[in-house]
Design a protein around this ligand. Structure first.
Ligand code: FAD
Length: 385
């Protein structure tokens, strides 16, 4: 079966939904850096954000490749799933490592859309990618934790009810391994806001609803600890494979958007008495972009299949994210070039998508860190850090 045929019913339905939210909708939001509430509500009501939640908790219980199809089609349509994609994977930490009581309490409400769990708090201003050096500290005090510290780039915090938060519960120097001593708390931000939690939006080059968080004696009930105290890093790493594969699927959607737009324009735009697309200097880069997006798509499929089979897929998830983000970025550049001056005009949506797809070489993990993983874990070369 060819790639485009997989999950064809899901793809058709998502395409139809996205058609209700065309370019002008996204352009207006982009200008104001506003949240696509109507779009997220429509996706929630149609059940697309809960495809990975098991049926017993009210979701569709589908595999990762179905979720990839949803996000790829969203991005291919010219829309952007970043406003809500974390709904899909953030709950995985709770699903895999939470207690039965926690799952029964939260997952059905997340599946129905009654509450949103789409904030994921890991990155800190001083530690960067070196996650074991995070400084946000949760100190146990009776039946609660008292949290102090800060986070940066925590997306959707203003539009989420719950947040999966990684913090230290014992100092790095006291831990046996540097990755020990970190824990995951499920923070109810509805209660925490104004009670120790301050959220400050960060304006960026794209409309991403990202924020900086400050914790000042923020109290979290001890019953909201996910899994075992001190083992949180492992739980977070577990969820990152799904996140990387899903983001890679978004890149494939972006790549297809750019290739479609570029090849269409190259056929229609006439300069020097003929379509610009008859010049190989114009058509070859577009063909190359198509080749790269298609190849990266196969890598994404492969990683998703391994994930669904419960096989180790850390390296494949990383490789999928890297190849897909590079393919979409190349396609974006080619699409702008093909459109000449019009590539810079807001009304074509290309400059917006160009800015949006650039993110994925930095977040959720930057290309250098993927190369470092492949060099040391796959190829066995010595570690530099
Ligand atoms: C819009 C946006 C949304 C985000 N959303 C979230 C979110 O919801 N939750 C969350 O927790 N985080 C989020 N992030 C953070 C994101 O995951 C990080 O920005 C990303 O992982 C890179 O980390 P950093 O910015 O700290 O870069 P740094 O770690 O400071 O690295 C800077 C540069 O140096 C390179 N580098 C660093 N160390 C090495 C090395 N040893 N060898 C070679 N190169 C190296 C990196 O590759 C990178 O290019 C978001 C970021 C952005 C921009």
């Amino acid at each position: 079966m060819s790639r485009t045929e997989t999950h064809s019913e899901i793809r058709d339905a998502v395409r139809k939904l996205c058609a209700r939210f065309p370019g002008p909708y996204w352009r207006a939001l982009d200008r104001d850096r506003a949240y696509p509430t109507e779009f997220v509500t429509a996706l929630t009501e149609a059940g697309w954000l809960s495809v990975l939640i098991p049926e017993q908790y009210g979701g569709a219980g589908l595999g990762l490749s179905a979720a990839c199809a949803v996000l790829e089609e969203i991005h291919r349509s010219g829309a952007n799933g970043a406003a809500c994609h974390a709904q899909m994977y953030t709950m995985g930490t709770l699903l895999r490592h939470g207690s039965e009581a926690q799952k029964e309490r939260w997952l059905p409400k997340v599946a129905s859309g009654e509450i949103r769990l789409q904030a994921f708090g890991v990155t800190e201003p001083t530690s960067g990618t070196d996650t074991t050096r995070i400084q946000t500290f949760a100190k146990r005090a009776g039946d609660k934790y008292v949290v102090n510290g800060s986070k940066i780039w925590i997306s959707r915090a203003e539009h989420s009810d719950l947040m999966v938060l990684l913090c230290r519960t014992s100092p790095r120097d006291d831990a046996g391994k540097t990755s020990d001593g970190m824990s995951v708390l499920l923070v109810d931000m509805r209660e925490a806001k104004g009670n120790g939690l301050t959220i400050k939006p960060v304006r960026t080059m794209l409309n991403h609803a990202t924020t900086e968080l400050f914790f000042d004696d923020m109290e979290v009930p001890a019953e909201n600890l996910i899994g075992r105290e001190g083992s949180g890093f492992k739980y977070i790493i577990d969820g990152m494979n799904a996140e990387r594969i899903l983001i890679a699927a978004e890149c494939i959607g972006d790549g297809k958007f750019f290739v479609d737009r570029a090849s269409t324009y190259a056929k229609e735009r006439s300069v020097f008495g003929g379509p610009i697309g008859e010049n190989q200097g114009v058509q070859f880069p577009i063909a190359r972009a198509h080749v790269q997006v298609t190849a990266a798509g196969l890598m994404v499929d492969h990683a998703a299949q391994l994930f669904e089979a419960g096989e180790p897929c850390g390296s494949e998830a990383n490789m999928a994210k890297m190849t897909a983000s590079e393919a979409s970025w190349y396609a974006a550049d080619v699409c702008v070039q093909t459109h000449g001056g019009f590539g810079f005009a807001e009304e074509y949506d290309i400059e917006r998508k160009f800015r949006e797809t650039r993110l994925y070489q930095v977040a959720p993990i930057s290309t250098n860190l993927i190369l470092s993983h492949v060099a040391t874990h796959v190829l066995g070369m010595p570690k530099s850090f």
